[in-house]
Design a protein around this ligand. Sequence first.
Ligand code: ATP
Length: 483
Amino acid sequence: MSDDLFKKVTSHAKEYGFVFQSSEIYDGLSAVYDYGQNGVELKNNLREYWWKAMVQMNENIVGLDSAIFMHPKVWKASGHVDGFSDPMIDNKDSKKRYRADQLIEDQVARLEKKGKQDAAAALEEAMNVALNDNNLQALRDLILEQEIACPISGTRNWTEVRQFNLMFSTQMGSVADDADEVYLRPETAQGIFVNFLNVQKTGRMKIPFGIAQVGKAFRNEIIARQFIMRMREFEQMEMQFFVKPGTEMEWFEHWKETRMKWHLSLGADPANYRFHEHVKLAHYANAAVDIEFNFPFGFKEVEGIHSRTDFDLKQHQEFSGKKLQVFDTESNTNYIPYVIETSIGLDRLFLLTMCNAYREEEVPAGDKTETRTVLALPPQLAPIKVAVLPLTKKDGLPEKAREIMNNLMISYRCHFEEKDTIGKRYRRHDAIGTPLCITVDHESLSDNTVTIRHRDSMQQERVPIEKLEEIVENIVSMKSLFK
Ligand code: ATP
């Protein structure tokens, strides 16, 4: 995969109504994006597949939809007010701001490329030590020692390194003086922790059990790049699994394997996925692994699986003064459960899915060949499942096609199109990933059959109209992903 592919995917996403830059007519808002008519369908389908796999298919996992605003003390307790920050550094000439650790990581990659593996490893180690010790001066020293220059100005005229908190804040209340500072949540997890006992009691849940949630999260990323990879407003799909202390490693392994299987069920080449074990652990974790995907710009995190111990519940118990414990009938004692978290970014999953699906292929066209662009999405995720195409606009063909459309649209997102040649209509649907095109022609009027054309193989077959629903169901239903 190459940068070239990434450029193509990005422009394809815009051209075919998947992703637009936010407020584009005002020249856009940096690292904020909108999903267009096809993007919203693909995103909904990804969300639905995750929800079904996590909530519907697990008897001991339930859902939640908590608010974006939370009591400000939540973020004090969770450690985000004091600790959710990245080290930043400015170049005095270009006035550009960078994440200090990313400047060093880029240098590590350059050294590796030059074959200087030992130097790269030593630099990475020194950076990890500095990050662990929160030693900002040491980070700056590394940048100076390595003679890292600003990519814009080319100079090494750097400011000090400072910590920059990634949370967005705003005022709640109508009178400025009395208004409370509240935050836009930087993760959905805390909504689950503070509702832990509500759900456990009202749902009569027994350990081990999980709570899943999908929702927006906000981070004021210092630098945002790579399209929807790193956004300032994004969507997370998280599940917190509450277990008995001492069993967390077993469950960590369980969720690690289960989540990787889920990714692979979508049909991508397993060689494009890998686990990345964390050496430097967050303050709340005793084990952590990322699932990384081979994006066109290299292997990057899509999902994190973290063993969060009892850190969060314990903190909330302390800060709120309310007990957040369960009763263990075996030992007759109360305890705070441990937590395994699975946390995936919906937007990154969307980008992964687009990168995986994008193809340019040489296909026969008469006695020549031509290039077609096809989004080979898993049919279950495609924005439009079926295109219904009357061959011509006359002779009663549109009416016949409408009948088919009216029947199929009850169950599936369908699209009716009568403009342009059939060939052009096929190409447009290839480009947005529609797995099936149904063509209605003159024969259809007399013998009630239609042509079904399959996106990937481009094979066509003649089938009775009464069989359509069954054929479509077999190809596009999410049920097949669970079998
Ligand atoms: P990164 O190291 O890439 O900043 P992170 O380790 O901070 O990510 P987590 O806090 O573990 O990420 O969040 C869980 C998931 O949320 C990530 O695996 C990613 O898919 C998604 N995510 C995090 N930050 C962003 C962002 N700014 N834009 C889009 N998705 C994000």
